[in-house]
Every structure is written in structure tokens, then in C-alpha cells.
Write a protein that binds this ligand. Structure first.
Ligand code: ADP
Length: 342
């Protein structure tokens, strides 16, 4: 704006000086000459200068008006959340520069609005997913409970119903815990803080949750990880992500199978692999398995809610890493976690 005001003063100063000089010159000629023709000439000259000055002022006012209208239109569209009117942006002029900057501002505001809209949409989807997921165990619990209350069942039947109820309560509990983790991660309440640490301990922490179920199923677990191997990661959350992969490996591998965990450092990333000899995943399902609440139709008989892989991917990507899957139906799956080395 400073340039504009300066330019404005320059215009006024120069214009005024020219007018004064022209008036002084005309007066000098007018009073010093005897010739009536010259006197009329000076008067015409003075009127001409005045006319030029006047048109210049009108021209400037018009330009300022146009400039203000253009900027006004851009600001109006920004306020109303619309795209700014397409105007020829000459970046060399002040108006052009201002319009260009306002357009940039509009783009920044619009992308912010878009992000908020996307987050709102994701939250709505999550709420509807959650209510859908919670419905089944709650409905089952109601049925089991009212059956127990209304019918005099023999002791063994009662026990059977109570066990069924426990399964549903476990499912609800697991759902709720996953939901809390998910929302804490998504809302940024929990910021992952990757620090250089030994992966051996993190893998060990993840394994503690599956050692028993693997043993009960007769699944062999092999681990190969150099003790000194370190990479920046958030221990607690990375262990949670690895646990989800290991838990799936146990769930979807038949008795007598094998799970192999390996960790190795590459040039820019550290790779942790969880491979199993389980049922495998068909090519067509690979893109879906990381989606919230997705479960393959074939595994509905196995316990699960479809949040494990979603959470694992969130945890790893929040640390700048990614997860890759390779699988052969009937032969097994390999989930590889890549964590950046710096
Ligand atoms: P959940 O295991 O609770 O169903 P996940 O999000 O952990 O949910 O996994 C999503 C789906 O991906 C599973 O339902 C299953 O169909 C498939 N899946 C995941 N891991 C494996 C695996 N190791 N072997 C075979 N299928 C798997």
C-alpha cells in the first residue's frame, strides 16, 4: 500500500507543479505581450493544460475505482467461500500482485475448509460404523440375558448362556478399547514420539501377547532380530502395531503352522517382517484389509472386529513408515513394516 500512496503523492506533486508552472508561464506571456493573438494563445494553452490535468485526475479516479471493485469482488468471493472471479492477473502491477496474493489466501482457506469437511465426514462414518458394530453384541447380550431371566434353565444350559455372554462382553470390551485407541490416535490426543531404541525389546513386548495362544494352537514362533538393531520408533505404539500383525498371524494360521519374525536394517529404512503359513489373503482383498471394520467374509467364524490392521497402519504411518503385504492364498501371508531410519 505504501507504494501506492507514494505514487499517488508523486502524481499529485508533479501534476500540481506542472499546473503552477503553466499558469506562471501563461501569466508572464499574457502581461508582457501586447499581441492580442498571443494573449488568446496563452489562454488557450492554459485551458488545454487545465483540461489535461482534469482528464488525468478523472482517469486516475477511474483506475482506483476499478482496482477497488476488483479487490472487493475477490474479497467478497473469499468471504462467501466461492472461487475468486477469473481476472487477468498482471503480477507486475500492484493490483495484480494483490489479486495474486488474495487468490493464494483463498486457496489456503479453501484447502483448510476441505480438510475440515473431510475430517467431519470421517468422524461421521466412524460414529455410524461404531454404532453398527456395537449393535450386534448388545442385541445378543439382551437375548441371552432375557432368556436367562425368563426361563428356568438347567444348570449346564445356564453355564452355556453365561459363557456366550462372556464372549459378547469380551467383544464389546475389545471394540471399546480399539475405539478409544483409534480416536486418540486420530484426534492427535496421542502424539507418537519416535525415539531411537532397540527393536529387539519392542518385538519382545509384542510377542508377549501371542506366546500363549500360539502355543495352545501348536504354532511355532521363530524370531530373528539382532539385539543391537535400533531404529527411531515409539516403543509402546509400535509394539501395539506389531502385536496386531502377530495376533492375526496366530488367528489365521491353522494348528501346527509357523510364524517367523525378522528384523533387518536397510539403507534408509528398517524392515520388520511377520510371516505366517496361514490361510493367506486373495489378491482382490489386499486393498481392503486395512480399511476400518473390514473383515473377509471367509473369516467371520474367527473372532475379530476388523480394526487391527487399520490401527497398525495408522501407528506406522504416523511415524513416517508404511506396511506392505504379500500373500498367497492357502500358503501364507507376509506383512512387512518399514520404519524410517532417521
Ligand atoms: P480382524 O483380524 O479383527 O478381522 P484386522 O483388521 O486385523 O481385523 O484384519 C482384517 C482382515 O484381514 C481380517 O479379517 C482377515 O480377513 C485379513 N487378515 C489379516 N491378517 C491376516 C493374516 N495374517 N492371514 C490371513 N488373513 C489376514
Amino acid at each position: 500500500m505504501k507504494t501506492f500512496i507514494l505514487g499517488d503523492w508523486l502524481y499529485k506533486g508533479l501534476g500540481g507543479a506542472a499546473l503552477v508552472a503553466a499558469a506562471a508561464f501563461s501569466a508572464l506571456v499574457f502581461f508582457c505581450t501586447e499581441s492580442p493573438l498571443l494573449r488568446v494563445g496563452t489562454l488557450v494553452f492554459l485551458l488545454l493544460i487545465l483540461g489535461i490535468q482534469f482528464s488525468l485526475v478523472l482517469f486516475l479516479r477511474r483506475r482506483i475505482l476499478l482496482f477497488t471493485e476488483e479487490i472487493n469482488a475477490v474479497i467478497d468471493s473469499i468471504v462467501n467461500g466461492e472461487a475468486p472471479p477469473a481476472a487477468q492477473v498482471e503480477t507486475e502491477t500492484l493490483g495484480g500482485k494483490l489479486q495474486y496474493k488474495l487468490k493464494r489466501l483463498h486457496a489456503v482457506i479453501s484447502s483448510g475448509r476441505g480438510r475440515i469437511e473431510e475430517e467431519k465426514q470421517a468422524l461421521q462414518e466412524m460414529v455410524s460404523d461404531i454404532s453398527h458394530q456395537v449393535k450386534t453384541p448388545v442385541a445378543n447380550l439382551k437375548i441371552y440375558n432375557s432368556t436367562l431371566l425368563q426361563h428356568r434353565l438347567p444348570k449346564e444350559k445356564q453355564q452355556e448362556f453365561l459363557e456366550l455372554m462372556e464372549t459378547q462382553i469380551d467383544k464389546l470390551d475389545f471394540l471399546m478399547q480399539s475405539m478409544v485407541k483409534m480416536s486418540r490416535l486420530e484426534t492427535g490426543v496421542i502424539a507418537l514420539s519416535p525415539k531411537p531404541a532397540a527393536l529387539y525389546d519392542t518385538i519382545g513386548l509384542a510377542l508377549t501377547g501371542i506366546v500363549l495362544p500360539a502355543e495352545q494352537k501348536g504354532i511355532t514362533v521363530e524370531v530373528s532380530c539382532p539385539q543391537a538393531l535400533a531404529a527411531p520408533h515409539d516403543r509402546k505404539w509400535t509394539a501395539e502395531a506389531l502385536f496386531n500383525l502377530l495376533d492375526n498371524a496366530v488367528k489365521y494360521t491353522p494348528a501346527g503352522g509357523r510364524i517367523t519374525v525378522t528384523a533387518e536394517a536397510w539403507e534408509t529404512v528398517t524392515k520388520i517382517t511377520v510371516a505366517d503359513t496361514g490361510r493367506g489373503i486373495p489378491e482382490g482383498h489386499i486393498a481392503q484389509i486395512f480399511k476400518r471394520f473390514y473383515r473377509e467374509p471367509e473369516v467371520h467364524g474367527t473372532e475379530g472386529v476388523g480394526l487391527g490392521l487399520f490401527l497398525s497402519r495408522e501407528i506406522i504411518s504416523k511415524q513416517g513408515g508404511y506396511i506392505q503385504v504379500k500373500s498367497q492364498p492357502g500358503k501364507g501371508s507376509t506383512f512387512s513394516v518399514f520404519l524410517p531410519n532417521a
